[in-house]
Design a protein around this ligand. Structure first.
Ligand code: ZN
Length: 148
């Protein structure tokens, strides 16, 4: 199996079996994000305890790239501090602007999306959940963002 096939499997697995979809009762942070270009919608909810993410929910509808990216993000931020989340987000975004095949294995499943950089329109799909997460962290419990 080529790396590309493996990455495709990882993306499809997150798309078909999205993680952390259960709505939070009383999230400290919440935002809704849309990508009108593709029709993707994402809702991100987070609650922190003692400075680390103790509950996260990512739900939505749209293409396999946006929805699998949201699922991967939900597992990546669990148990992390805001600072750690910002670092992962930066690494993730850098993955799409870098030309060379750098080793992204420490990004875990998120590395599976690196092939998306060859399709600039789809990069917005991949980064929508992260833009929505940023908004949620800044806006408190009532954020909304459109990345058109
Ligand atoms: Zn999309």
């Amino acid at each position: 199996m080529s790396l590309e096939d493996l990455y495709r499997e990882v993306i499809l697995d997150h798309y078909r079996n999205p993680r952390n979809r259960t709505e939070l009762d009383d999230p400290q942070h919440r935002a809704e994000g849309v990508n009108p270009l593709c029709g993707d919608e994402v809702v991100v909810e987070l609650s922190f305890d003692d400075g680390i993410v103790e509950a996260v929910s990512v739900r939505g509808q749209g293409c396999s790239i946006s929805q699998s990216s949201g699922s991967m993000m939900s597992t990546a931020v669990q148990g992390r501090t805001k600072k750690e989340i910002a670092e992962i987000a930066e690494r993730f975004r850098d993955m799409f602007s870098s030309d060379d095949e750098t080793d992204q294995t420490d990004l875990g499943d998120l590395a599976a999306l690196q092939g998306v950089r060859r399709y600039p329109v789809r990069v917005k799909c991949a980064t929508l959940p992260w833009a929505t997460l940023d908004e949620a962290l800044e806006a408190g419990a009532d954020g909304a963002v459109s990345i058109a």
